[in-house]
Every structure is written in C-alpha cells, then in structure tokens.
Design a binder for this molecule. Structure first.
Ligand code: HEM
Length: 154
C-alpha cells in the first residue's frame, strides 16, 4: 500500500491501493475473509463514519473546511471510500471514480493541526466500534498513516 506522496498523480494518495485495497481477496468485494467482513461489514463503517462526522460537526477548525451545509453527503463519500478500501462494495469507484485522495484534498488547507483534529474524531469513531485489539490496530494504523499523508500545508 502506497500512501506517501511520490509526486506522481497515479501513486500519490491513499487511493492508490484503494481500487483493490488490502483485504479484498478476490478483489470484487464479494468474497469472504476481507477486513470489511471481519470487522462487521456495512454497519461497522456506518458507525465509524457517523461518529467521526459528529465530531467534525462540532469542530471549530475543521467544520468550516467542509463546503456543504449538510455533512450527510460528505459522510457518505467517506463511508463508501473506507468500505471499498477494506474490501467491501466498490460503490465509491462507481460514483466518484479513482479516489486520488491527495489530489482531492488540494483545495483544502490540511495543516498538521487539522490532521490532528481529524485524527481525534477518527479515534472517537474507532473507539465506538469496540473491535478486537488486532483489528483495531490495523484500522488505526492505516488511518493515522493516511492522515499524515494528507497534510499539504505547514
Ligand atoms: C488529515 C486531515 C483531513 C482533512 C482536514 C480532510 C478534509 C476533507 C474535506 C474538507 C473534504 C471535503 C468534504 C466533501 O465534500 O466530501 C474531504 C473529503 C474527503 N476526504 Fe478528507 N480530510 C482529511 C484526511 C482524510 C483522510 C486521511 C482520508 C482517507 C483515509 C480522507 C478521505 C476523504 C474522502 C474519501 C473524501 C471525499 C472525496 C470525494 O469523493 O470527493 N480524508 N476531506
């Protein structure tokens, strides 16, 4: 999985591995044994992202960055992305195309401070899942590294 910026548009974001993701097995999201299935599938990602966006909604630094008044569609995009990344349905790709997340974040000023706020809310989301330690560590490790790779301003 490549999540660091290489400067290449094709390999510069967390989305590089997303088209297949780390746990897809057959790669079509319908096989068994994906991380997506292991952690509880759709409901798990709904909860993770919902709790995260409750935090975003209250965050004085991050909330103004979100262009839409309604955070619902942003919540859905994030959920679809994460579901796909972890081997679930590939709806994100169908609706949004290749993730290219670093590129999609260029319009937003992502400072280390913004990243740390983002991670605070994701941490709350991950905690709400009560996953077994190994799964929790796997998910959190990815989110932390992805967030670090998204920083684009000092
Ligand atoms: C590090 C701090 C981050 C900040 C401040 C941030 C902020 C934002 C903002 C303001 C948007 C636009 C909301 C929308 O209308 O969709 C967005 C979109 C998005 N972000 Fe982030 N983001 C961060 C990190 C991440 C990370 C680490 C991931 C993935 C693991 C991620 C995944 C997404 C996705 C999937 C979208 C929707 C892209 C699309 O399809 O248009 N973000 N982010």
């Amino acid at each position: 999985m490549t999540i660091e910026s290489t400067g290449s548009p094709a390999a510069d974001d967390t989305g590089t591995a997303t088209v297949t993701g780390p746990g897809t097995g057959t790669g079509n999201g319908t096989g068994t044994g994906s991380f997506y299935d292991e952690v509880g599938g759709h409901e798990t990602f709904v909860r993770l992202v919902h709790v995260f966006y409750l935090g975003i909604a209250q965050d004085p630094l991050l909330r103004p960055m979100y262009p839409e008044d309604d955070l619902g569609p942003a919540e859905e995009r994030m959920r679809m992305f994460l579901e796909q990344y972890w081997g679930g349905p590939r709806t994100y790709l169908e609706q949004r195309g290749h993730p290219r997340l670093r590129m999609r974040h260029v319009p937003f000023i992502v400072t280390p401070q913004a990243r740390d706020r983002w991670l605070v809310h994701m941490r709350t989301g991950v905690d709400a899942l009560n996953l077994p330690p190994l799964q929790e560590a796997t998910l959190w490790d990815y989110l932390e590294r992805a967030a670090h790779s998204m920083v684009n301003a000092a």
